[in-house]
Design a protein around this ligand. Structure first.
Ligand SMILES: CC(C)(COP(=O)(O)OP(=O)(O)OC[C@H]1O[C@@H](n2cnc3c(N)ncnc32)[C@H](O)[C@@H]1OP(=O)(O)O)[C@@H](O)C(=O)NCCC(=O)NCCS
Length: 187
């Protein structure tokens, strides 16, 4: 099983999150600076508004444990050209194991949007997933999240349908409909 801690593209490099207090401080600060950009779509950002560095550090420790357990691989996305942190992307194993399916979740900082970084990041992590033996990769996004929908479609993910009220959106305090996209190994 290839557990590469770095995935290298032409514009971005994905690196496993370090489990350090310094990185927790930096990641929390980046999240807070991007609060209004992230919060409509990411519940974790909503809850981090009042979050402490200790909370963020606990998240990093959980990522490290999940990586060991091979259940969730969380990467930071960095610019190859400048080394700047651009956002995060994770591959999460879906149960049961025998189904060989996983979900990709992602986000960019506001200033990193509109440059094609996420398309490359998703295609890198998708290759990592298929190399690990996954057979089905899913991307789910709120039906109103047109930017995320475009990422999935631009990479050839098939639209499967709408999961009605499939997600609780914390910032709106309501259940929302979710688009489901997928790609199978070999597609
Ligand atoms: C979802 C999200 C990651 C999409 O970001 P994005 O910048 O639109 O996606 P990409 O990095 O793939 O860039 C694609 C855009 O860059 C443009 N672009 C510019 N240069 C490009 C290049 N060389 N190659 C590809 N695209 C390029 C594309 O035209 C496209 O712009 P458009 O949407 O106006 O047509 C981002 O909006 C985000 O982080 N939102 C907040 C969090 C979120 O919603 N996460 C997803 C939850 S499901």
């Amino acid at each position: 099983m290839d557990l590469s801690e770095q995935l290298v593209g032409s514009k971005v490099i994905l690196k496993k999150y370090p489990t350090t207090f310094e990185w927790a401080e930096e990641l929390l600060s980046i999240t807070k600076k991007n609060y209004s950009h992230l919060v409509p779509w990411m519940n974790w950002a909503f809850f981090l508004k009042e979050g402490s560095v200790e909370d963020e550090y606990e998240f990093l420790k959980m990522c490290a444990d999940d990586w060991e357990a091979k259940s969730h691989f969380e990467f930071g996305i960095y610019s190859i050209e400048t080394g700047e942190f651009l956002g995060g992307i994770g591959l999460i194993k879906l149960a049961p194991s025998c189904d060989k399916k996983a979900e990709i979740g992602y986000w960019l900082t506001k200033k990193a949007c509109g440059k094609g970084y996420m398309q490359e990041a998703v295609s890198l992590i998708e290759g990592f997933a298929f190399d690990l033996g996954y057979n089905r990769i899913v991307i789910r996004n709120e039906v109103t999240n047109l930017s995320s929908k475009k990422v999935a479609l631009s990479l050839g993910y098939q639209f499967e349908g709408v999961e009605r009220k499939g997600h609780f959106c914390a910032s709106e305090n309501e259940f929302v409909d979710i688009n489901v996209f997928s790609k199978l190994k070999g597609e």
